[in-house]
Design a protein around this ligand. Structure first.
Ligand code: ADP
Length: 297
């Protein structure tokens, strides 16, 4: 029996955790709050409970994501790029392009035939074209972000959303509402707008098939469908798309646990032990990632 390992993806918006053991996923959890909240602690407690394991049964823990350096109990931290590439390759062997859209940024990763990450592009300067953008718009429409896909599916004549800024796009949405446009048409206009942005980002790496989508926005099947149309490429998604980063982290943990002395045992700088995932108390984010200067937060 291989030892159980834990991967934790502390995102800007959601905390994800995966436990691997015996070569399979024993449990996986998403908590919809991220770095600097009780989310990471809750995700870890929930995933251990689902796996039926005590914390002591976990032999290695790898943290990734925007808040990865806040989890003092992690044996090491690995970048989101590496973890999403690793997780996506495990979910879809042979994948060549990964479009990862989370709460505050969008990334497109190119992977070679051997599963190695070769290049990437990233948009983390503005909330527009991220999960946060969709949340702001959903709120303006009195919807939950999880309801957007269904709400937009029945559109007869999607409206045009011309603004690329979240604040202005929200104003446009409110104008369309005031003018009596059907909600379905407004939502479909928003989906077309974000799909156009993702397609523009993806084209910067000349996306090769097979192409997959990871991150929470992959749960919105209408966005995935519009993006697929724009790129003229099929896009695979999975119920585990949002867990790809945590899965990748767990796979790094598994490698560390089973290959002592290997690359996974490089010494890493750890933050002061100020995070206690058992209580869910998080200390200040020490080096969670690049400064975010989105026009909407
Ligand atoms: P991060 O790693 O930055 O925290 P995630 O990859 O976990 O981001 O994605 C979080 C985003 O996913 C949220 O902003 C939310 O908009 C979106 N999301 C999560 N679940 C759904 C869903 N069921 N339908 C649509 N969007 C979703």
């Amino acid at each position: 029996m291989t030892p159980a390992v834990l991967g934790v993806d502390i995102g800007s918006t959601a905390s994800k955790a995966v436990v691997l053991g015996d070569g399979r996923v024993l449990a996986a959890t998403v908590v919809p709050v991220g770095a600097g909240t009780t989310g990471p602690g809750r995700a870890i407690r929930a995933v251990l409970a689902e796996a039926g394991l005590e914390r002591a049964a976990i032999s290695r823990t790898v943290a990734t994501g925007y808040g990865r350096n806040t989890l003092a109990q992690a044996d090491r931290q690995v970048s989101e790029l590496s973890c999403h590439a690793r997780g996506a390759t495990a979910l879809w062997p042979g994948v060549r392009t990964v479009i990862d859209v989370g709460g505050q940024d969008a990334k497109v990763l190119s992977i070679d035939a051997s599963g190695r990450l070769t290049s990437f592009v990233m948009n983390d300067k503005c909330a527009a074209g991220t999960g946060r953008f969709l949340e702001v718009i959903a709120r303006a429409l009195e919807l939950d972000v999880t309801e957007l896909a269904q709400a937009g599916a029945s559109a007869a004549a999607p409206v045009e959303i011309s603004s690329t800024c979240t604040v202005f796009a929200e104003s446009e949405v409110i104008s369309h509402l005031a003018a009596g446009s059907p909600i379905a048409d407004i939502v479909a206009g928003i989906h077309a707008s974000v799909a156009s942005r993702f397609a523009g980002l993806a084209r910067r790496v000349a996306p090769q098939p097979p192409l997959v989508m990871t991150g929470g926005v992959a749960n919105n099947v209408e966005v995935v469908a519009r993006l697929s149309e724009r790129l003229g490429l099929e896009i695979a998604i999975s119920p585990r798309s949002q867990l790809a980063g945590a899965l990748g982290a767990a796979l790094y943990a598994q490698e560390d646990a089973t290959q002592p002395g290997g690359i996974g045992h490089e010494p890493v700088a750890k933050p002061a032990p100020q995070t206690n995932y058992l209580t869910g108390q998080l200390g200040p984010c020490t080096a969670g990632g690049p400064a975010r200067k989105g026009c909407v937060t």
